[in-house]
Design a protein around this ligand. Structure first.
Ligand code: NDP
Length: 247
């Protein structure tokens, strides 16, 4: 019960890594707010949370829309009266080589991954500043550190998230708010399932541990960073990738 009676917002919490974080936090005693564009899937995850004996509030929220984000923060406060944890997890890929990348694919990835993180952080930190406490976790990626063929938009968005994490930590840490990023490697979700078997095989060769990560591996790290065990950690980017990138 490392998050007993905490209130956590998880963006993109309907499926994949976000869903696993939501369930892990609920098992550790937190009430969960899920913001996702897929309300049906969010509701299904919400049911699982309630079955674990915790409360769930699921909203159709597009993180690129600041008005929706602010309204949803107000709904969270109406129901739970406080906000302890924000996990900026919503993210997409739209891969192509730089010369073939459409402007719309560049914009979509930067908007959801980077601007979405900015929007939610701005709205949540207002509440956390008043409380003088909070934890903000941003899901980045090792691609934001090392770059990758065909992922100019994604790599730039995730590098932006790492820089945003450092700046937010500098601005907020003296007021009791810890801000950290998590940089996963290859994690088995719908996002990576769409990569061809040849690409997946190539990736596997670069993982010293010889296996892909699971959403639960990322959720375990997020639990640590969201808990009081990590109260003296801020502004950091923690890599979780089976040894793919060693810095
Ligand atoms: P998934 O595609 O499985 O899940 C992402 C979730 O975010 C979906 O529920 C999706 O909804 C939702 N979402 C998409 N756009 C928005 C939006 N505008 N507003 C709110 N919610 C939205 O991805 P993963 O679980 O694999 O990834 C989660 C995070 O982890 C992402 O930030 C990703 O970049 C990062 N990551 C993943 C890695 C991996 O190997 N899987 C590695 C490194 C980082 P919908 O179902 O409608 O699309």
């Amino acid at each position: 019960m490392r998050l007993k009676d905490k209130v956590a917002i998880i963006t993109g919490g309907a499926r994949g890594i976000g869903r696993e974080i939501a369930l892990k936090f609920a098992r550790e005693g937190a009430d969960i707010v899920i913001w996702d564009v897929n309300l049906e899937a969010a509701g299904a995850t919400g049911k699982e949370i309630e079955n674990l004996g915790r409360q769930a509030l699921c909203g159709k929220v597009d993180v690129t829309n600041f008005t929706q984000v602010e309204e949803s923060i107000n709904k969270t406060l109406d129901k739970f009266k406080k906000l302890d944890i924000l996990v900026n997890n919503a993210g997409i890929t739209k891969d192509n080589l730089l010369l073939r990348m459409a402007e719309s694919d560049w914009d979509a990835v930067i908007n959801i991954n980077l601007k979405g993180t900015f929007n939610c952080t701005k709205a949540a930190s207002k509440v956390m500043l008043k409380q003088k406490s909070g934890k903000i976790l941003n899901i980045a990626s090792i691609i934001g550190i090392i770059g990758n063929f065909g992922q100019a938009n994604y790599a730039a968005s995730k590098a932006g998230i790492i820089a945003l994490t450092k700046t937010t930590a500098k601005e907020l840490s003296s007021r009791g708010i810890c801000v950290n990023a998590v940089a996963p490697g290859f994690i088995q979700t719908d996002m990576t399932a769409k990569l061809s078997p040849a690409v997946q095989e190539q990736m596997l060769k670069n993982i010293p541990m010889g296996k892909f990560g699971k959403p639960e591996d990322v959720a375990n790290l997020c639990l640590f960073l969201a808990s009081s065990d990590a109260d003296y950690i801020t502004g950091q980017t923690i890599i979780i990738d089976g040894g793919m990138v060693m810095v």
